[in-house]
Design a protein around this ligand. Structure first.
Ligand code: IVH
Length: 674
């Protein structure tokens, strides 16, 4: 017998409520009431029912945490109230100074504070409308952030729905915004780093970078696996805090089902707050996540308002930052890591030592000079340090502990990854691998090659390059021109249409001007401007490749450093092979490539959307480029105009959101005719 619709709805809602409540118990309160298997059974039951009745799926259903994808990247969204930063204090004196300023500013003898842990993550604002999670936006530059809603939805401690009852208890209605920190626990951080190492990626230096990187992954399924957490510390309704005290904000956030950090304290004066800082300095290693200090805030909201803010930070709060933690251990050997830009970094491999809640096995030695400065020999006992935001570094050698001087370290004379030539440019501290297609540098080289100022291959972003390199479809930038439709279609998030578009873009890039080609090779110190000078001087890539150091130095604005770098690039056989392959792919090696006819639209960036009336989009693009302008595929705050034809796509919405001027074909014609 078929269930009545109302009954089904009830059953679904009941299941969802049960799951939400268990999610809260598990992810927010850390007190599960049922076993994982029982929880999974409930979720499976809901999934099953929803699969049978897809029309009854609601976006706030617990099954919908991993849903839609941010399509092409993240849309930028302005913050209604700026997301401020905090001023720092590094000593008790500085805290007392802050307290004095606060009391003087308010004309009061004493002020009540709230002390909270300073979580080492990334701040994010989450907007709720009628209790439903609407948008999640990263801090960005404080004024504009990125829409990371689809990823934030995967954070299990962040409710997708808040019940009307809980809203009422907190005295809230309609819209409000929660601000807090996206965080990665120590365990998740270690796991992700181990996985990255296994797949040949550099480890994240700290949980903050890992959290910031994770919330910006374009694939919510992968974000979900990162097990991010969210701790709120602020609530705004209509741009202001709707409570009398900050303490009340925290209590209400907790009532709303968010995971407010339980380690917080109301302090009747600064002395009490200072004691709290000291208490946590010794206990911080025991926390399951990293903290880098304690935030101390004036509790009364009216007093906060009275104190106001500077351009950067509120005057009513201060971050007390802990000093770097140190430990002593032994350097077992020194290995070389090749970074994404080709820099060779010596890394000390240490006897594992606990430091700040993690086991440290490696520390950076930065460069050759640093090793000499430290006077470090292999086998030495060293003091290492972990600051809030760096991988451990060696601060000094304990010479007294040295029994006999170990071997002196020598930088290798070839890249340990690809055996390519290494070079230390004049005045530079780092040795670099000169092979642009060194596997360690490949992704970066390809992204640079495809970049807007280089070959401008629209649609070839980070997520795609990652896949192409991992699948070994690209081992060299020249491989781009050999990519096949079937290969592209087999990638994640690549349909037939987008594969066709990308191939068209790649093909189009063959006609890029010589200066763009020179820039895209990624020769160190050869920026956009130098590339133009070189193109203008030589007129062809072949002339430039065979030019001597003297001839290069003779060019206006090209100094010995740049000249040496160009020579070293073309002396590397792997680079010459790549250039020869690009020649075979018919890229323009001569100045005959496209040169804009005028400068009417120089510096202006356009995005085309919808069907134009009189010309095709390709033709419109050609005309804009002829006039010195640029056409890109994504609307951002850097876009100058969006040209909208009939049936425009989502780009129009983005333009409206960002306040980018929208023009029509006639207006474009007028601009071109100027
Ligand atoms: S309050 C205007 N509270 O620290 C108030 N921030 O160094 C702004 N942070 O951007 C922030 N834990 O990302 C506040 N309990 C806490 C915090 C906290 C971590 C971060 C936040 C902020 C940064 C400033």
């Amino acid at each position: 017998m078929k269930k009545s619709a109302a009954k089904l709805q009830n059953q679904l809602e009941h299941l969802r409520e049960q799951i939400r409540s268990h999610e809260h118990k598990y992810f927010v309160e850390d007190k599960p009431q049922i076993s994982d298997a029982e929880f999974d059974a409930l979720v499976n039951e809901l999934r099953q029912l929803e699969a049978e009745h897809p029309d009854l799926i609601t976006p706030d259903s617990p099954t919908q945490r991993v849903g839609g994808k941010p399509r092409e990247g993240f849309v930028q969204i302005p913050h209604s109230t700026p997301m401020q930063s905090l001023d720092n204090a590094y000593s008790e004196e500085e805290l007392l100074d802050f307290d004095r300023r606060v009391r003087e500013g308010l004309g009061r003898e004493s002020v009540e504070y709230v002390a909270e842990l300073k979580l080492d993550g990334m701040s994010m604002a989450v907007r709720y409308k009628d209790g439903v999670l609407g948008k999640a936006v990263t801090r960005g530059d404080g004024s504009i952030g990125e829409d990371v809603t689809q990823n934030a939805r995967t954070i299990r401690s962040l409710p997708l729905k808040i019940s009307p009852d809980d809203m009422k208890k907190a005295g809230l209605r309609g819209e409000f915004e929660v601000r807090g920190e996206v965080l990665l626990g120590r365990k998740a951080f270690e796991r992700i780093n181990d996985e990255r190492e296994e797949s040949g990626l550099p480890r994240f230096a700290n949980p903050r970078n890992a959290a910031a990187g994770s919330i910006r992954i374009l694939e919510p399924g992968i974000v979900a696996e990162r097990h991010l957490d969210y701790f709120p510390y602020l609530l705004l309704a209509d741009g202001r805090v709707p409570f009398a005290e900050h303490w009340e904000t925290l209590e209400n956030l907790r009532r709303l089902g968010l995971k407010v950090n339980r380690n917080r304290k109301k302090c009747c004066d600064m002395q009490e707050a200072i004691a709290y800082c000291a208490e946590w300095e010794s206990k911080r290693d025991k926390l399951p996540y990293e903290i880098d200090g304690v935030v101390i805030k004036v509790n009364s909201i009216p007093l906060q308002q009275e104190l106001g803010s500077t351009a950067r930070a509120p005057r009513w709060a201060i971050a007390y930052k802990y000093a770097a933690q140190q430990a002593t251990t032994r350097v077992e050997r020194i290995e070389i890591q090749v970074g994404r830009t080709g820099a060779l970094t010596p890394v000390a491999h240490l006897t594992p030592v606990p430091l700040g809640g993690v086991t440290v096995q490696r520390a950076t030695l930065h460069n050759e000079d640093e090793i000499r400065r430290l006077g470090l020999r292999i086998g030495d006992t060293v003091v290492i340090e972990r600051g809030g935001d760096v991988i451990p570094k060696v601060v000094r050698v304990d010479l007294e502990a040295r029994e006999k001087a170990g071997e002196e370290f020598q930088m290798p004379d070839a890249c340990p990854v690809c055996k390519g030539h290494v070079m230390r440019a004049e005045g530079a501290v780092a040795w670099r691998c000169m092979n642009a297609n060194c596997p360690a540098q490949l992704k970066e080289s390809i992204l640079h090659f495809a970049g807007r100022k280089a070959m401008n291959i629209d649609g070839l972003g980070e997520a795609l390059v990652d896949q192409l390199v991992e699948k070994k479809f690209l081992q060299n930038v020249a491989d781009l021109y050999q990519l096949k439709q079937e290969q592209l279609e087999a990638l994640d998030r690549m349909g037939k249409k987008s594969a066709e578009n990308l191939l068209r873009e790649i093909d189009r890039s063959r006609g890029s001007s010589l200066d763009r080609l020179i820039f895209s090779l990624g020769i160190r110190f050869v920026g956009e401007r130098t590339a133009k000078l070189l193109a203008g001087h030589f007129g062809s890539l072949d002339q430039m490749m065979t030019a001597s150091q003297e001839e290069l130095e003779g060019i206006f604005e090209v100094g010995p450093k740049v000249a040496a770098s160009i020579r070293a690039f073309f002396e590397e056989q792997a680079n010459r092979r790549m250039v020869e392959r690009l020649r075979k792919e018919k890229l323009s090696f001569e100045m005959t490539g496209f040169q804009p006819r005028s400068n009417t639209l120089a510096g202006k960036t356009f995005v085309l959307t919808g069907t134009l009336e009189h010309v095709t989009r390709d033709e419109a693009r050609r005309r804009i480029e002829q006039a010195g302008g640029r056409v890109t595929g994504t609307v951002s705050k850097k876009t100058d105009y969006v040209v909208a034809g009939a049936d425009p796509g989502s780009k129009l919405e983005k333009a409206r959101e960002l306040g980018v001027p929208i023009i029509h074909e006639q207006e474009l014609d007028a601009l071109l005719a100027r």
